[in-house]
Design a protein around this ligand. Structure first.
Ligand SMILES: Cc1cc2nc3c(=O)[nH]c(=O)nc-3n(C[C@H](O)[C@H](O)[C@H](O)COP(=O)(O)OP(=O)(O)OC[C@H]3O[C@@H](n4cnc5c(N)ncnc54)[C@H](O)[C@@H]3O)c2cc1C
Length: 360
């Protein structure tokens, strides 16, 4: 099903999505089983592990499903019955996709500084603003949109979440290509009218709704006891690094592999990659992105000039380009390091000193 054509089209478009593959997985019931807990018919821990490994091994265009599943959880937990009926079954069959609209052109790490406004208008709301990096919006049907409904209130009490249909009048989606060739979008909302049933959670209570989704995105939720759960978010990227490393080490064209200095660098790279693959939770998220960023230049060095020209799927320069956004999306490495310091090591909230007098 994930043919060479699917992979090559995905590389060219940067979509991380293939509708044929997605609908086939939905029709086979896999999306539903991935989303449901085992007690309600979802995968067992062993089945889930096999499923995740196979999705990664096949290089399935896939990253859109993580956001879709996350938003489906929010609809399930915070949406009205009417909204659940409208959205969930078609999402689990693959026909609807859901994307995230948190980040804004003026900043994303502190999402609570949101400027996109939602204003009550009779039974509904009127939304105005813009969102940066609305990945997959061009293949999605709804955006999980963070809005400000109370500009005068403290920022965490000013937010309301909506599920906005992307075919609503006033929504505009424009493409952005990233350094690794991915396609994401900037989305604009101009007098977009949505009925109140598209609201998720309480008015001005959006932080609670958003927090649950962000915990899932950051991989800071509870771990189960099976020992089979994915060790960190984005381990798929580390598996790509592992494949790239194997390809360079095993490459007949790389005649230098036998030299001691090269063997040393490859060996050190493998050790660091294995350490990243064994590092759990938030620490793992940082370790994987750092390994990708720091080891891919080693591989490019070993590959030499041929690396830049290689047509292989996983040449080192692609891994190098992938490492840049991987340290940004879903939270930057600096923000993750702060979260580790604060929540895992108990070092307290970072205190940001004001700029020294006379300096900006
Ligand atoms: C390819 C891609 C896809 C994305 N997809 C989505 C998506 O689908 N939906 C969505 O809503 N967003 C998406 N994002 C946005 C992403 O989550 C943000 O880019 C990220 O949270 C950082 O926000 P920012 O880019 O506004 O950087 P800023 O927050 O402006 O940060 C700028 C710099 O300051 C540093 N910094 C910021 N705050 C702190 C702090 N407290 N301590 C230390 N350093 C700090 C950052 O590390 C960074 O180096 C995507 C981003 C990319 C690159």
């Amino acid at each position: 099903m994930v043919t060479a054509d699917v992979i090559s089209r995905d590389r060219q478009t940067g979509d991380n999505f293939d509708e044929g593959v997605h609908l086939a997985l939905g029709a086979a019931g896999y999306l539903e089983r991935d989303w449901l807990p085992e007690s309600q018919g979802g995968f067992s821990a062993v089945q889930r592990r096999i499923w995740e490994l196979e999705i990664g091994r096949a290089h399935t265009p896939w990253f859109h499903w993580g956001t879709t599943a996350m938003v489906a959880n929010a609809v399930h937990d915070f949406g009205s019955d009417e909204l659940r009926d409208e959205v969930l079954a078609k999402t689990l069959s693959g026909h609807y996709r859901l994307c995230l609209g948190f980040t804004e052109p003026e900043g994303g790490s502190d999402v609570a500084t949101c400027k996109t406004r939602a204003v009550r208008d009779g039974d509904g709301w009127v939304i105005n603003g813009s969102k940066m990096f609305t990945s997959n919006a061009h293949h999605a049907h709804y955006v999980f949109l963070l809005t400000n409904t109370n500009p005068g209130a403290p920022k965490h009490q000013s937010l309301t979440m909506f599920l906005v249909p992307l075919d609503a009048a006033g929504v505009d989606i424009q493409p952005i290509r990233t350094v690794d060739g991915d396609r994401t979008n900037i989305t604009f909302y101009s007098d977009v009218r949505v009925p109140d049933r598209y609201r998720l959670g309480d008015v001005d209570g959006g932080w609670t709704v958003l927090r649950t989704a962000l915990d899932a995105e950051h991989g800071t939720g509870e771990r189960d006891e099976s020992g089979l759960q994915k060790i960190a978010t984005m381990t798929e990227h580390a598996l790509l690094l592992a494949e790239g490393l194997d390809a360079v080490a095993g490459s007949g064209a790389t005649s230098v592999v036998g030299e001691d200095s090269v063997a040393y660098r490859l060996g050190r790279s493998v050790a660091r990659m294995e350490a990243a693959l064994s590092t759990p939770g938030m620490y793992g998220r940082v370790a994987i992105a750092t390994a990708l960023r720091e080891l891919s230049p080693e591989l490019m060095d070993v590959q030499g000039a041929s690396g830049g020209l290689a047509s292989a799927d996983l040449d080192a320069q692609y891994l190098f380009r992938l490492g840049v956004p991987m340290g940004i999306y879903g939270g930057t490495l600096e923000v993750f390091r702060n979260m580790i310091a604060q929540h895992a090591l108990g070092l307290g909230r970072p205190a940001y000193a004001p700029a020294a007098a006379g300096r900006s």
